[in-house]
Write a new protein. Structure first.
Length: 58
């Protein structure tokens, strides 16, 4: 459940800030910084996956 929520958070950020971040056309490197490894890295990867995922509309 927690991992799904992190992915959904990334999708929420995409919906809210997608135009400002231009996430659909970004070819740059995106960096996440943390001073605590482990779970924080996994969370960042999940949020990024949601943020930069393709959206499918029915």
């Amino acid at each position: 459940v927690g991992m799904d929520r992190c992915f959904e958070l990334g999708q929420f950020y995409k919906k809210l800030y997608g135009c400002w971040l231009d996430v659909d056309n970004r070819n740059d490197t995106v960096e996440f910084h943390s001073n605590i490894p482990g779970r924080t890295v996994m969370t960042a990867k999940l949020v990024a996956s949601g943020l930069f995922s393709e959206t499918f509309e029915n």
